[in-house]
Ligand binder design. Structure first.
Ligand SMILES: Cc1ncc(COP(=O)(O)O)c(C=O)c1O
Length: 398
């Protein structure tokens, strides 16, 4: 039997990146002594008031179809959060609730580009980006944010990458995996290029609530006609499993997202929308709790890793991840990830999953309890110490 060309575009790297993580998760579920630091899922519960609200709504029978474009109070709550974060005031019909930021990225990709077009994104990039961008038929063009520049975007390479076919620039700020936040100065240049070449900007702000002050610099207020902002409650409220996210953009764009929702999602469950309204109502407190949690766990992790020879931490500006530079061990990120898992049952993510800039790194999620992090670092140290000298394994060249 035959499949569509689309199945080719959604297979590959992005999906493979998670195989070790899934293997580790299955072992963990079987009760094996596995430490999972490979996924960005805070290890504490969704706030109780949010869970209670969902339960109350289910009990009250809020289990039927909902308006496909989302309930007005939810859209209004997102409008308020977005205004506080970006300074942009939008109307509720410029907001569409979707099933997580991932669903919002996918929908935006389908509505903004297609076959024959090019879409730029910044490497390292979240592993779903290549398939999410190319599912539309557009070609992904990668612009580096290299380790030698502290993983900040190479703006000259960005300018060179723009062609007559370019339709959009996708990026995450703060970035996953680097935790780098786009600066005002970088955004000003990106905005100018977007204006000059008539491009869309898709700003994935799924980690914005974890940035200092709960916000990141944004172009939304300066370029309201071409900026699409993506957000969700997954990271800021420990709500990864609720699949509550949104997209915000000019009305001429959200009208198409609404049509897509009609044929793809048909609206978020009512009890999820009501719980999301409650979550947005406590956003400042929930976000400052997770920021403090991540700050203290990130510092703890850095202290525990200090002194392990051949390993270097890249300190994030925000978020729940840290990149470990493993190049001095002589291993690639993939080899380090597999070796560490097989020898010490610690699951981290190969930096290569985010593209070639991070091929010599692994990504560690530190949103976990201190005793878990301490034990993980003990195992990482033991693994690194057990490695033969890098020079020997690489035939004398390090
Ligand atoms: C940069 C980035 N964008 C989007 C997502 C997906 O988020 P959500 O759970 O809201 O779909 C993630 C999840 O880790 C992410 O890291």
């Amino acid at each position: 039997m035959r499949f569509s060309a689309l199945v080719e575009r959604i297979a590959g790297e992005g999906a493979d990146a998670w195989l070790t993580h899934y293997e580790a998760r299955r072992a963990h579920e079987r009760g094996e002594d596995v430490i999972l630091l490979s996924v960005g899922d805070p290890d504490f519960d969704t706030p109780e008031v949010v869970r209670e609200r969902a339960i109350e709504c289910i009990r009250a029978g809020d289990t039927h179809y909902t308006p496909t474009s989302g309930r007005l109070p939810l859209r209004e709550a997102i409008v308020a959060l977005h205004a506080a974060r970006s300074g942009q005031t939008v109307s509720p019909d410029q907001v569409v609730p979707l099933s997580g930021a991932q669903n919002a990225l996918f929908s935006s990709s389908l509505c903004l580009a297609g076959p024959g077009d090019e879409v730029i994104s910044i490497e390292p990039m979240y592993p779903t980006y290549p398939a999410t961008i190319e599912v539309s038929g557009a070609r992904l063009v990668r612009v580096p944010a290299p380790p030698g520049k502290g993983f900040r975007i190479d703006l000259e390479a960005l300018e060179r990458a723009i062609t007559a076919r370019t339709r959009a620039i996708f990026f995450a700020t703060p970035s996953n995996p680097t935790g780098v936040i786009m600066s005002e100065a970088e955004l000003a240049i990106i905005g100018e290029l977007a204006r000059r070449h008539s491009l869309w900007i898709v700003a994935d702000e799924v980690y914005a609530g974890l940035a200092p002050g709960g916000r990141v610099p944004s172009l939304a207020a300066t370029l309201p006609d071409r900026v699409v902002t993506i957000g969700s409650l997954s990271k800021s409220h420990a709500m990864t499993g609720w699949r509550a996210g949104w997209v915000i953009g000019p009305r001429e764009f959200t009208v198409h997202i609404e049509s897509l929702v009609m044929c793809m999602l048909f609206g978020l469950p009512g009890f999820i929308q009501e719980a999301a309204i409650t979550a947005l109502g406590i956003a400042p407190a929930a976000e400052s709790q997770i920021r403090e949690y991540c700050r203290s766990r990130g510092e703890f992790m850095r202290r525990e890793l200090r002194g392990i020879s051949h390993l270097d931490c890249f300190v994030p500006e925000a978020g729940m991840f840290m990149l470990l530079d493993v190049r001095a061990t002589g291993l690639s990120g993939y080899e380090f990830m597999r070796g560490l898992y097989e020898a010490e049952a610690v699951s981290v993510l190969d930096g290569g999953a985010f593209g070639s800039q991070t091929g010599g790194f692994v990504r560690v999620c530190f949103a976990a309890e201190e005793d878990v992090l301490r034990e993980a670092c003990t195992r990482i140290r033991r693994f690194v110490v057990s490695l033969p000298p890098a020079a020997t394994r690489r035939g004398g060249s390090t």
